[in-house]
Design a protein around this ligand. Sequence first.
Ligand SMILES: [Zn+2]
Length: 361
Amino acid sequence: MTTICSIPGERFSRARFMPRFRATDSVRVCLTRCLAALTVIVINMGTGSVARADNEMTNTTAVASNKAVFLIVDGIPADVIERVATPNLDVIAKVGGYTRAEVGGPLNDPAETPTVSAPGYMSLVTGTWANKHNVYGNADLAPNYDYWNLFRLVKAVDPSLETGLFSTWTDNRTVLLGEGLASAGSITIDYVADEFETDAQRFPHAPNDRHIQVIDRYVTAEAARAIEQFGPDLSWVYLQYTDDVGHALGDSSELDAAVEVMDALVGTVWTAVQARAAAHNEDWLILVTTDHGRDRETGRDHGGQSERERTTWITTNSRRLNARFHQRPSIVDIYPSIVSHLGIRIPLPTAGALDGRSFID
Ligand SMILES: [Zn+2]
């Protein structure tokens, strides 16, 4: 991949992390309407087969001023997020809400999904469980791209909508979203900051993966900068270090401290969102969640279906939360909720393939 240095001392993984032409709202509306004839691959829920449907996008409506950023902060059980002081998450929750949530899918069901990181991310970005998206672990990844991820959906509805991905794990973009792959829709993410975990020169490995926290800080700063300057319509921020501490030390004061740092990083993104929204009269959704809990005995492990591993949480600023939000929503409910905030109507067959339902009206 081409790497450029646009600012001395700062590395961006993509040349496109630069100011570029932004479509005006009227252009966006036009593009959306012109997509009426778009032919899309949609998924037949009943058979799981892929069918071709025309004109499914006829009634989609992109609301240009509605934008969303979701953050996945890795491996923080609900009891930990509720015990440790998280003033920034508290501020966001005061605007919208906080709820306990769930991962792992329906128990003893074909849709049961390991409480493992990549399956969790895939469940969020596709709104489906692993029996559909086909990601059961963190290695040997072979996603089923027939289940469109959020970024592909947004680009299909309106190619002028912009996306961002700020991540401590490059596979999120290159494998899970399948950026650039024809089988995944040949999407391009407009603003990217990732690949730093492989840059041992700039981020040398440290004991207990402390360098990952340094990367998390950098990724967060880049996300905040992109949000405030460019306002991507849909962004994903992924912060990893809390899970590294959990694996190394389990439930510990070090894990609590890592959660406090994570909260400060969330505050950085929230500050950028507020500044952006105020300066451009935009309606921003921020949503923070985790991908799995941890085992009850030590806090070092996860992957099973124990209550603590399955119990997660969601914090959001949305003022349009419906009853579903308070009924222990699951990670697959986030996809339709973000889509609802963005004002995008999902083509019916694709909507039918989703395993969740929106907690945002
Ligand atoms: Zn994880």
